[in-house]
Design a protein around this ligand. Structure first.
Ligand code: NDP
Ligand code: OXD
Length: 309
């Protein structure tokens, strides 16, 4: 018997169970802590996998992250040959395109400024800068970064993107590697971070990086909280080097009640909701991957464990 085990958010789990019953009725589906016979568990989808999965589920064939990121996994503690697959499925991509577009437009059209003015009952118009004169740059040219850029292109923003290896993206000036990051930052007025959290990207949004952006630039951060130096952002906003920020991810999460981001007039804060995997499309991608695995085909969203993403 080949069984599927789910260990994450219970509400979405109930939807996964309903979808599995329709789309894969022959595969027993369990929601943690009910594992069924542990010997039968071949596929595990988890936000946080249980400890010691090697001994607990000796016949496990694939570990799926229920999110698009996998930095919450301790890769070194997982059985070395176990494929780890993330869910960069159409639902989570669409959500991020919406969020990043909303955030870039909010900063482009001075929304944080107008929210401040509204609170002060102050009617004051500022110059409207056309999108064609606002340079937007995206850190990360992965599944999410590319989808976001494709949508932003429709507004006419001059676009740039940065990745580890070189890419070509239609209508986007592409930069690659640490050596080319300064040039990308120097031309970017709205910076969007969509990088995975790795040893190389931890703390990347720091004072030195902010200084390389032009004065008055702004930030959208929807990657991972530990990429951002919280104090450096406050300093850059308070001294006026940066003009605003839309922040979706923080470290820690949730943010403590007394953290200055809650009330900062130049920060729009959301509680890690930029996007979420959607059960319907996530289950389709999981089942497609199981079929691929059984047919010996490459898996979609397979994590390169040596790169850490
Ligand atoms: P991908 O793995 O598809 O893409 C990652 C991109 O980052 C790639 O272009 C990669 O370069 C680049 N990159 C990685 N390391 C470096 C580095 N050291 N220097 C330069 N570029 C680097 O990831 P996704 O686009 O699917 O997702 C990105 C992240 O978004 C997730 O890992 C997750 O943390 C976050 N996320 C946040 C959500 C939220 O709600 N806030 C929701 C979903 C995801 P290359 O192309 O050369 O490999
Ligand atoms: C994800 C997330 O990685 O929600 O999917 O951040």
């Amino acid at each position: 018997m080949m069984a599927f085990l789910y260990k994450a958010d219970a509400v979405r789990g109930a939807e996964w169970a309903r979808l599995f019953a329709v789309k894969a009725p022959d595969m027993p589906f369990h929601i943690w802590p009910d594992t069924g016979d542990a010997e039968d568990v071949r596929y595990l989808a988890a936000w946080l996998p249980p400890a010691d999965i090697e001994n607990r589920f000796p016949r496990l064939e694939i570990l799926f992250s229920t999110g698009a990121g996998i930095d919450q996994f301790d890769l070194a503690a997982l059985p070395p040959g176990l494929p780890v697959v993330r869910l960069a499925e159409p639902g989570v991509v669409a959500g991020m395109v919406e969020y990043a577009t909303m955030a870039v437009l909010a900063l482009h059209r001075d929304l944080p400024v107008y929210i401040r003015q509204q609170r002060e009952a102050r009617w004051a118009a500022h110059r409207v800068i056309p999108a064609t004169q606002r340079r937007v740059g995206v850190l990360g040219l992965g599944v999410l970064g590319r989808a976001v850029l494709e949508r932003l292109r429709a507004f006419g923003f001059p676009l740039a993107g940065w990745s580890r290896t070189r890419h070509e993206v239609d209508g986007v000036t592409c930069y690659a590697g640490d050596d080319e990051l300064p040039a990308m930052l120097a031309r970017t007025e709205i910076l969007v971070c969509l990088l995975p959290l790795t040893a190389q990207t931890r703390g990347i949004l720091d004072a030195a990086l902010f200084r390389q952006l032009p004065r008055g630039a702004s930030l959208v951060h929807a990657g991972r909280g530990a990429q951002l130096d919280h104090q450096a952002l406050l300093d850059a906003l308070d001294e006026g080097w940066l003009s605003g920020a839309v922040i979706d991810v923080t470290d820690p999460e949730p943010l403590p009640g007394n953290h200055p981001y809650w009330t900062h007039p130049k920060i729009l804060l959301t509680p890690h909701v930029a996007s979420m995997t959607q059960p319907e499309t996530a289950v389709e991608q999981v089942l497609d991957n199981i079929r691929r695995h059984q047919a010996g085909l490459p898996l979609v969203g397979l994590v390169d464990r040596s790169r850490g993403y």
